[in-house]
Design a protein around this ligand. Structure first.
Ligand code: P6P
Length: 340
């Protein structure tokens, strides 16, 4: 049976009353933008877009040319459709308004246009992550405050991973679905419905080089995994770390695992590396919709009310039983009054 396309999938979701025409248009526009980004990324050195743009983003990180290009592709694609009230991006300090010459819509789009961009120049998978919120009632010109909604308010979230194939993963709140870019046809056939993350796993993803900076419960959890059969877990574990969140999360969505970017004491003022609004929240929504769990090590990510657009949080997500175990270690340490 020929798989249905993203367009047909969205039409059916609209027919079932799950989404409206504007949200359908939003997802289609973002998918088309991801196709354009996939083409640019796929050109590699031939596209003249590798290397640094010579500028810095709000995070103080050097922007790659593809970061800037991907951001522009998403801004242009979403300007004219009348589905958005405003956009926000990792690459821009403040929310980006819809140009006055176009009508505004009811949705807010927040995205990381090219996550993992340090991997671009070495030909490792990178991706786009996006999150959709409703613009608060009566807000005509949304500022940062309009975006500061907990992750439970998301109406949709997704990512595209630009790997050996370009895969678009999407949730509208009723399961997680995967679409694969057909480069000949230029469309996204549905290749996997209702992805499920196994509740148990023997595979963890973390940047081990930061181990000496971790909190005690974090070190305890990883030391138990490293002890394998000889330790309290009684079985061996495997490790993966792509250093591209989209690639690591996609592997976990496909075969299970736990992804961790913990708070570390290297910079005690910094609560973690990953950003809540356009990395942790969309990935947490997707992971929970696939039967997994997502916490900061102490609380559910989706329950956090953001204080700033670019705020960072620690991230523990993936196979439910592992996320619950390591979260339990952190809460037990807090109850015992252990120094963080
Ligand atoms: P580190 C990429 O820069 C990113 O934001 C995520 O995609 C990735 O999981 C993480 O940072 C990698 O961080 O410290 O291992 O380079």
């Amino acid at each position: 049976m020929k798989p249905i396309s993203l367009t047909q999938f969205l039409i059916e979701q609209q027919r079932e009353g799950r989404i409206n025409a504007d949200l359908r248009l939003l997802i289609e526009v973002v998918a088309r933008a991801c196709k354009r980004i996939s083409i640019a990324v796929g050109k590699g050195a031939l596209g003249g877009v590798l290397g640094s743009a010579g500028t810095e983003n709000v995070q103080g990180e050097t922007q790659k040319k593809l970061d800037v290009l991907s951001n522009e592709i998403l801004l242009e694609a979403n300007a004219w459709g009348g589905h958005l009230a405003a956009l926000a991006s990792e690459e821009m300090d403040d929310p980006h308004p819809i140009p006055d010459r176009y009508p505004k819509g009811e949705y807010l789009l927040v995205f990381d246009p090219l996550d993992g961009s340090s991997n671009i120049d070495v030909n490792i998978s990178v991706g786009t992550i996006f999150s959709v919120l409703r613009c608060p009632e009566g807000v005509k010109n949304p500022d940062e405050k309009a975006f500061l909604q907990p992750g439970t308010q998301q109406v949709a979230a997704g990512y595209a991973v630009y790997g050996s194939s370009t895969v678009l993963v999407l949730t509208l709140g009723d399961g997680v679905h995967q679409f694969t870019l057909d480069r000949e046809q230029g469309n996204f056939p549905l290749t996997h419905s209702r992805l499920r993350i196994p509740e148990d796993t023997s595979e963890f993803a973390i940047n081990m080089s930061n181990m000496r900076h971790w909190e005690p419960p974090m070190r305890r959890y990883i030391e138990e995994l490293l002890a394998g059969k000889t330790g309290p877990r009684g079985r061996d574990f495997n490790m993966r770390w792509v250093a591209s969140m989209v690639a690591d999360v996609h592997r976990i969505l496909t075969r299970g695992g736990i992804f961790i970017y913990p708070r570390d004491l290297k910079d005690p003022g910094k609560p973690g590396k990953l950003r809540l609004m356009y990395e942790a929240n969309p990935m947490a929504f997707i992971v929970e919709q696939a039967g997994g769990a997502a916490t900061t090590g102490r609380e559910r990510i989706l329950d956090i009310t953001p204080a700033q657009l670019h705020q960072r949080v620690p991230v523990f997500l993936g196979s439910k039983n592992e996320v619950e175990r390591v979260t339990g270690y952190h809460l037990a340490a807090d109850r015992a009054g252990e120094p963080a």
